[in-house]
Design a protein around this ligand. Structure first.
Ligand code: NAD
Ligand code: UDP
Length: 341
């Protein structure tokens, strides 16, 4: 609510994992929400519980195409635009790399133009991938990154970097007010079982008793943020009224190796799955951990959900979704010990 009236918000990519949780939070705060999504990786079931809400609306469209006439109508009121449209998992964004690049560049430009026309504040879901395989650790917003511009991850990394360029050019020339979040690995309920990212893969493999796939030797690190913490960061960043120095990292600084993550999921599920090693994908970053000083100072934000707690909720959700009773999930007894060969 602002000045006693509810906000009108467009969420591009709102049918996805992060977007659907954002919609829940916005509607919970009294906003009117329109989702724009082409369902490339998003799912209608993520939004099914919102379909009857009179403050919720859904448009099936691709941001790469000219935006639907409804959004271009001069009668449309928009206070905020969140741009989350873009497949986020390497498996999905590499399936059609050209479309991924165009989604970030043409799609972001289309939405920025809409923000300029409507006077809406614009939020860009950027990524820690703009840091590439980082030579600076942990990564702070002042680091310019180390990205291979021609590799298989480039369609995503360079697309997101170009999107940031467009966003800050629009801001510099006074065409719209912008917020840019550099999101680090986030997990939670509503990830797709076939998403391909490590948390969903490992949990699904552990629950079904399949082999757990570790790419490379498992010594690469990531820092995982629980979804509700990320969404809280989004809202604070979008609502922040003072001038911002640039993008803001949002993530959990608790860094661990992929092998350690696997150990924790095995302990949590009591799974007897074996671990198998697969080749490390090309350009897979060696390590990643956010420096969140900026978010903490400016937004008073830091993640609150410990990994064990977030994993437990995520495992319970996957177990429920895929037909296993959630009481099959065990308390994490001991996390030490070797990984089964
Ligand atoms: P997701 O794949 O679940 O959601 C992306 C959504 O965008 C989907 O609903 C998809 O259908 C939609 N979409 C994709 N291309 C589109 C297009 N051209 N037109 C319209 N809709 C389109 O991914 P997510 O994890 O929810 O990520 C959401 C955003 O956050 C993405 O922009 C991603 O780059 C960013 N991000 C996520 C993470 C993470 O760990 N989840 C990390 C860094 C950045
Ligand atoms: N990974 C893995 N097994 C899997 C999926 C991913 O070992 O089944 C590794 C992957 O190579 C990377 C890390 O886990 O080093 C995180 O991968 P993810 O795709 O979740 O995110 P990103 O690489 O984009 O950070």
């Amino acid at each position: 609510m602002k000045n006693g009236r509810s906000r009108h918000v467009l969420v591009a990519g709102g049918a996805g994992f992060v977007g659907s949780h954002l919609c829940d939070a916005l509607l919970g705060e009294g906003a009117h929400v329109i989702v724009l999504d082409n369902f490339q990786t998003g799912r209608r079931q993520n939004l099914r519980h919102l379909e009857r809400d009179p403050r919720f609306d859904l448009i099936d469209a691709d941001v790469v195409r000219p935006l639907p006439s409804r959004l271009r109508s001069s009668r449309l009121r928009l206070d905020q635009i969140y741009n989350l449209a873009c497949a986020a998992s390497p498996v999905h964004y590499q399936a059609d790399p050209e479309h991924t690049m165009l989604t970030s560049v043409v799609g972001t430009h289309n939405l920025l133009s809409l923000a300029e026309k409507s006077g809406a504040r614009f939020f860009q879901a950027s990524t820690s991938e703009v840091y590439g395989d980082p030579e600076m650790h942990p990564q702070s917003e002042t680091y310019w990154g180390h990205v291979n511009p021609t590799g298989p991850r480039a369609c995503y990394d360079e697309g997101k970097r170009a999107a940031e360029t467009l966003v800050f050019d629009f801001a510099r020339t006074g065409r719209c007010d912008v917020r840019v979040a550099r999101i680090f690995n986030t997990y939670g309920p509503r990830m797709r079982a076939d998403d391909g990212r490590v948390i969903s893969n490992v949990i699904c493999q552990a629950l079904s008793g399949d082999d757990i796939t570790i790419y490379g030797d498992g010594s690469q690190t990531r820092s995982f943020c629980y979804i509700s913490d990320l969404v809280e960061g989004f809202l604070r960043l979008m609502e922040h009224e003072d001038t911002l120095p640039g993008p803001v990292n949002l993530g959990n600084p608790n860094e661990l190796t992929v092998s350690d993550l696997v150990r924790r999921v095995l302990a949590l599920t009591g799974s007897q799955s074996s671990v198998v090693h697969r080749p490390l994908p090309i350009d897979d970053p060696r390590r990643r951990r956010p420096d969140i000083t900026r978010a903490t100072k400016l937004l008073g934000w830091s993640p609150r959900t410990p990994l064990e707690q977030g994993l437990k909720k995520t495992v319970a959700w996957f177990a429920e979704e895929h037909g296993r009773p959630s009481d099959a999930i065990r308390e994490p007894a001991r996390l030490s010990g070797s990984i089964p060969a």
